[in-house]
Design a protein around this ligand. Structure first.
Ligand code: M6R
Length: 362
């Protein structure tokens, strides 16, 4: 049932090109320069968005914040569900609550949804499992169609959630008139490339395996990124923690000098998301700051960026894509890094200690 793979997690990582085909399938429409999501919601009536989720789904929501603010010019707040429930959020009938969940059963997310609804929000679920509890309580559901995810460490559901959030941001932008047809068509074209680009990213596994071999004895890892790649850094750290039990922290790269830079020493591998985009130069400066203090930089960089080799000890290349879509391609080597490291350490990849696939108790 693992399709010849030693673990479900690896099988699910390799399913990602196909999963993206499924998530995007039939939903991209170049003629209207829009997406068809079949949502029974008037997307023009909202003046703010609250995104609520846990764990990996929360990181997908965090990427969604950048996308919705950029494309739809709506203010977005993102919360982990266990905080949202108890924080007295400011909500009214012009608030759209977007709850993201693979299982659709996470109790904190379900309770946060109920709280948002009680306060008058309209609700949209971004969900994998059909007919799950959350889907029965939202006003509309955007299914991510990732297929069953068995590995406790979420992988394919994450890229599917990201693709869904891209489409939601595009739909909101078109509905609100903040996203012109030409820009929208450009993004649709980039979305269509994703399955192939993720396939290409998977082919870089030998490079990732080499990095894992080199650093699997480290006791700590730091992950850095900026803008949409900040959540990618957090997701990379979460994957590594969950299945290898190595302590890993993530920061938006610009925060480094406000504290975490004190941790840098030659024993600390620092994984930096340094793909091409508007903040590339700033990220490069962060890499130089780490390298100057003896930190070991592993950069995730865009194909063709030879210059980065001058600053980073190891470089994992990923295919070029629109900067707003970069998280979908860049998370692949981070998933593989966690996987390869956990295998080298002899961990139980599919059933990591203390974790359950869906958290249905508070
Ligand atoms: O089923 P959900 O998407 O609601 O689950 C949320 C988190 O529990 C989940 O993403 C968790 O963090 C995973 N173990 C991450 O790999």
């Amino acid at each position: 049932e693992k399709g010849g793979y030693p673990h479900y997690m690896l099988k699910e990582i390799y399913e990602q090109p196909w999963v993206l085909e499924n998530t995007l399938g039939g939903r991209l429409h170049e003629e209207s320069a829009n997406v068809e999501l079949g949502l029974d919601l008037d997307l023009t009536r909202f003046d703010r968005v609250h995104v609520i989720a846990c764990g990996t789904a929360f990181y997908a929501g965090w990427v969604g914040k950048y996308l919705i603010e950029e494309l739809a010019r709506l203010p977005v707040e993102v919360d982990v569900a266990s905080e949202y429930r108890y924080r007295n959020p400011v909500v009214d009938e012009r608030t759209l609550a977007v709850v993201i969940s693979q299982s659709g059963e996470t109790i904190d997310t379900l309770e946060a949804l109920r709280e948002a609804k009680r306060r008058g929000a309209a609700s949209l679920g971004v969900i994998n499992v059909k007919g799950s509890s959350i889907t029965r309580e939202t006003d509309a559901t955007l299914y991510i169609h990732a297929g069953p995810e068995i590995g406790v460490a979420s992988t394919k559901a994450y890229v599917a959630m990201l693709a869904a959030m891209e489409m939601l941001a595009l739909a909101l932008g078109r509905a609100r008139g903040t996203l012109d047809a030409e820009t929208a068509r450009g993004l649709l074209g980039e979305l269509r490339k994703l399955p192939r680009l993720v396939e290409e990213a998977l082919e870089r596994r030998p490079v990732v395996a080499h990095v894992a071999e080199k650093y699997h004895q480290a006791t700590d890892f730091l992950f850095l990124g900026r803008h949409v790649q900040s959540p990618t850094a957090y997701e990379g750290a979460l994957k590594l923690k969950e299945i290898s039990y190595i302590h890993a922290e993530a920061y938006p790269a610009g925060e480094m000098k406000h504290g975490p830079i004190a941790l840098i020493d030659p024993r600390l591998p620092v994984v930096v998301l340094a793909t091409r985009g508007p903040l590339y130069e700033k990220t490069l400066s962060n890499i130089q700051e780490v390298a100057a203090r003896g930190g070991r930089v592993v950069a995730v960089a865009t194909d063709g960026d030879e210059g980065i080799r001058r600053h980073a000890e190891d470089v994992i290349y990923v295919p070029e894509v629109h900067p707003l879509l970069a998280p979908i391609v860049s998370v692949v080597p981070l998933q593989l890094l966690a996987y390869e490291t956990a295998v080298l350490l002899g961990r139980d990849v599919d059933q990591p200690r203390n974790l359950a696939k869906s958290v249905t108790v508070e």
